[in-house]
Design a protein around this ligand. Structure first.
Ligand SMILES: O=C(O)CCC(=O)C(=O)O
Length: 260
């Protein structure tokens, strides 16, 4: 792997991809510092701020890739695209691209949750240690502001909880999991890449500045786009007009197969 300071646009070894995949399967997430360079982060943040100016406070900005080339470029960016194709499937596609800001004093998404209800349930006894979840979809959240102090509102995880076969309580204080919580502290440009099954949350922003995130999710062919308002969504033509075959597939132009 190159010694370049930022991962974005680097080709990494198969061994590196496999290491990340092993960690992802073990912990339910990986956290990669210094993924995006500062100029890309600045462009993503400016694009988010431009869209948020026209929205209600606290609103989520949907589908920024339609108007933000900086978001669209994330879709087939190495080494994330190869990681997605190896982890999810060779014909995976991007199903979601939301962006949001957590202002000072805001609770953000601070209740513990999974992004999808449990994909299996452990009915009694301890969770199994001999299973691996098929990764139907995962999300990459990019910090667009430094999240280097707990007051900045880091994303937190309970490592391994994607295999618990249970939904989390919304609050972990006072539970047996409280001391297993791991915060993701890192500079702007860091990537939080996680299984939709892992227990996670964003902690409240107790700092003086707004925390910004843009997110991209990759799914199997069987997982449809989640582009609000979902029904009758039509991707603008300019998004894919000049796309190469890989980007076009990542945008959702998939071959026919089961279910369609
Ligand atoms: O704001 C955060 O760090 C957590 C975001 C979150 O829960 C999610 O992207 O599913």
């Amino acid at each position: 792997m190159s010694a370049a300071p930022y991962l974005a646009s680097q080709t990494v070894s198969d061994t590196q991809i496999q290491d990340w995949i092993e960690t992802f399967h073990r912990d339910g997430y990986i956290f990669l510092h210094n993924f995006l360079p500062p100029d890309w982060v600045a462009e993503l943040k400016a694009d988010l701020e431009r869209v948020l100016r026209d929205l209600k406070p606290g609103a989520i900005a949907f589908r920024l890739f339609e108007t933000s080339n900086a978001n669209l470029r994330l879709f087939d960016m190495e080494p994330l695209a190869t990681f997605a194709e190896t982890l999810v499937s060779k014909d995976c596609h991007v199903i979601h691209n939301n962006s949001f800001a957590t202002p000072p004093g805001s609770m953000g998404i601070s209740r513990w949750h999974q992004d999808d209800p449990p994909h299996y349930l452990v009915t009694h006894g301890d969770p199994p240690t001999n299973v691996r979840l098929p990764v139907l979809l995962f999300t990459a959240n990019f910090y667009l502001t430094d999240v280097t102090d707990p007051s900045h509102g880091p994303t937190e995880f309970v490592p391994g909880s994607h295999l618990f076969g249970a939904a989390p309580p919304t609050v972990l204080e006072g539970t047996k999991w409280a001391d297993q919580v791991v915060p993701c502290l890192g500079p702007a440009g860091s990537a939080v890449i996680f299984n939709n099954q892992v227990w996670h949350r964003g902690t409240p922003n107790r700092s003086e500045r707004t925390r910004c995130i843009t997110q991209v999710s990759y799914g199997r062919r069987i997982i449809n786009h989640m582009y609000f308002p979902f029904m009758n969504y039509q991707m603008p033509e300019h998004v894919y007009a000049d796309a190469n075959p890989r980007l076009k597939r990542l945008l959702g132009f998939l071959p026919t197969g089961p279910y369609g």
